[in-house]
Design a protein around this ligand. Structure first.
Ligand SMILES: [Zn+2]
Length: 293
């Protein structure tokens, strides 16, 4: 009788199975059973379709001297099984990919922090990688340049006041917590980034001027305006650090023409900031009535 081994009939305890397995492996009855463990090949029957890799893992591919030769060469079985797995994957591609994606996402979510810090570490240590990433980002920014500029411009127009208020609030809070720390921080930053600090001023002045359509007031017109105000701040009357203030700020569509200019002390000019003349006067009036009350 010829014993056929299938996964369903192969059980550990059956002596018939053991005999059949020996025959399949080409072992004689006298050879010890555990020689089969060192066998260099696997028969198709031993390889269930699920564990090709685990069954054959770690086994040497070349027959050792003294090893029994297998009855049939195994080279056909594994490629056949691999082809079957490939076909299975082809048929169920969508479902399998979905499963894998879900698993990957869950793994990412579970290890997000460590993965991110590993990536940051890699970015820090691998100069070539960092350069590749920066190049990719630069390319993206270049491609989207006009779109980004338009978006920023619109966003700033709509939310400028709000953004300013928020950052002013934040700075005030920090300053109130510890004035020294905040001032030292600014000073340090400026010292360490002198070129950038100067560039910021240049760029913002340039932007402001570019934003203001029309002509710039002349020095003579400014001197005449100062004379009519007696060299004093148009808001508080101080003579300290008089500057040219825009009644309607440039950032809100004001011009650089002399009828949009008033002399203001540095303190009033800083406080007025993005407010119009009317808004700032309203603030001053409210303060005045508060202090009188
Ligand atoms: Zn003033």
């Amino acid at each position: 009788m010829h014993a056929v081994i299938t996964p369903s009939t192969a059980t550990r305890s059956s002596p018939n199975v053991a005999r059949a397995r020996r025959r399949e492996l080409g072992l004689s009855r006298n050879e010890p059973r555990n020689n089969a463990r060192g066998a260099t090949s696997c028969t198709a029957a031993q390889i269930s379709h699920r564990n090709v890799s685990s069954h054959c893992a770690g086994r040497p591919g070349i027959a050792r001297v003294g090893d029994a030769q297998p009855a049939s060469p195994p080279t056909g079985a594994i490629p056949r099984l691999r082809a079957r797995q490939r076909r299975y994957h082809e048929r169920h591609r969508t479902r399998l990919n979905e499963t894998r994606r879900g698993r990957d996402r869950a793994r990412y979510a579970a290890n997000r922090e460590s993965l991110l810090s590993a990536r940051r570490e890699q970015y820090r240590s691998d100069q070539a990688l960092a350069e590749r990433i920066r190049a990719r980002n630069r390319a993206w920014y270049e491609r989207k340049r006009d779109q980004r500029r338009e978006y920023r411009r619109r966003y700033w127009q709509e939310h400028g006041d709000e953004l300013h208020a928020r950052s002013r609030e934040r700075n005030r809070r920090r300053y109130a917590e510890d004035p020294r720390v905040q001032l030292d921080y600014y000073k340090q930053w400026r010292l360490q980034n002198l070129e950038r600090a100067r560039a910021y001023v240049r760029v913002s002045a340039h932007k402001r001027r570019a934003n203001a359509a029309g002509t710039h007031f002349t020095f003579e017109a400014w001197e005449e305006l100062l004379r009519t105000h007696g060299g004093r701040c148009a808001y508080c009357g101080s003579t300290d650090h008089i500057e040219a203030d825009h009644r309607i700020p440039l950032c809100r569509g004001g011009t650089n023409e002399i009828n949009n200019i008033l002399p203001a002390c540095r303190r009033c000019n800083r406080r007025k900031h993005r407010k119009t003349e009317d808004e700032f006067r309203a603030v001053l009036a409210a303060e005045g009535s508060n202090s009188r009350a």
